[in-house]
Design a protein around this ligand. Structure first.
Ligand SMILES: NC(=O)c1ccc[n+]([C@@H]2O[C@H](COP(=O)([O-])OP(=O)(O)OC[C@H]3O[C@@H](n4cnc5c(N)ncnc54)[C@H](OP(=O)(O)O)[C@@H]3O)[C@@H](O)[C@H]2O)c1
Length: 290
């Protein structure tokens, strides 16, 4: 069985990976307390001491707005740390599986982004993640960079689904942005896909891949679906009205891409199975909310 080093085990994707990865290998999980990626000198030492076959990096600086005022820290965690992971992985002959983001794109397309499309991030977070991708490629070792988007899960503190459930219980009226389109993606499905990649690594050549749940929707329509499903599940809501608004009516420190749907075709061709539809995954996730 391969040895798998999971970095960032306490994030929303990391916690799901902790459950799914043991199916394909012996897993050594490290939380931020055990490996702080801002301490760059320890990253190489840890990887080269453990000598795993796979390094799975689920850790990241994910505070998109806060990154605008903390560019150095975002760069350290999202670009420099993955660079060290890639160099160390290359030295020990391991494959690095790294997660990246739809925010590497500027959102000006209106058809799904391909892996070959030019990146053009709009903010500090996207830029730091794009630089992380570039550093990993430059290290020259075996790697899979999996770009995903609009991640939610049972574990996430501030993810959109959990935030909507909370606000729907607290407020009667909500205003939600209706002019940003993307593909909501359940953290569990990402973990399953990464596990599948490790299991079938010979079918997935080194490179960048997209993985989201299939289908696309605006934040407003996604919120409406969350409330509809929550209602069906008997989750009590105070909410009476949801008002669609434009991005310019909800200013944030970081600009977001207006359209960031990612094509899932490349990885589907490698693995032969298509990602679950976003609404099916949302239903499964909500059914697990207590
Ligand atoms: N969330 C999204 O909507 C989204 C969209 C596209 C792509 N992604 C990508 O998906 C991946 C997983 O994201 P996620 O949603 O699971 O994020 P998350 O829940 O915020 O998890 C990120 C993890 O990274 C850890 N971390 C942060 N700074 C660290 C440091 N200095 N040293 C070690 N660990 C550190 C965090 O630790 P603490 O728990 O201690 O803070 C947390 O456990 C990331 O690469 C992210 O960029 C996410």
């Amino acid at each position: 069985m391969p040895k798998i080093l999971l970095i960032g085990s306490q994030g929303q994707v990391g916690q799901e990976l902790e459950k799914t990865l043991p199916e394909v290998g012996e897993v050594i999980s490290l939380s931020r307390a055990q490996l702080d990626l801002s301490q760059s000198e320890t990253i190489a030492r840890v990887i080269e001491t453990i000598k795993p076959n796979f390094v799975v990096n689920a850790a990241a600086y994910t505070a998109v707005d806060k990154a605008e005022s903390e560019p150095e820290l975002a760069r350290q965690i999202n670009a420099q740390a993955p660079a060290i992971m890639a160099q160390s992985s290359e030295r020990i002959g391991a494959t690095l599986l790294h997660i990246s983001t739809d925010y590497v794109f500027n959102g000006q397309k209106n058809t799904p982004y391909l892996e070959s499309d030019l990146s053009d991030p709009l903010g500090v977070y996207g830029l730091s993640k794009r630089d992380g991708e570039e550093f990993i490629k430059k290290a020259g070792g075996s790697h899979i960079i999996l770009r995903t988007a609009w991640v939610y899960g049972l574990q996430g503190k501030g993810n959109f689904v959990k935030t909507m459930l909370r606000l729907g219980q607290e407020r009667e009226i909500l205003k939600i942005v209706s002019d940003q389109i993307g593909s909501p993606t359940w953290s569990f499905d990402i973990a399953i896909r990464i596990t599948e990649i490790i299991k079938n690594i010979e079918k997935v050549p080194t490179g960048i891949y997209h993985f989201t749940n299939s289908g696309s929707i605006s934040w407003y329509d996604f919120a409406m679906n969350i409330f509809e499903e929550a209602g069906k599940l008997g989750i009590p809501l105070k909410l009476q009205q949801v008002i669609p608004i434009n991005t310019d009516q909800y200013p944030t420190p970081a600009k977001r891409p207006a359209y960031s749907v990612l094509s899932n075709q490349k990885l589907t061709d490698c693995l032969g199975s298509y990602p679950p539809y976003w609404r099916d995954s949302l239903k499964k996730m909500l059914a697990q909310v207590q």
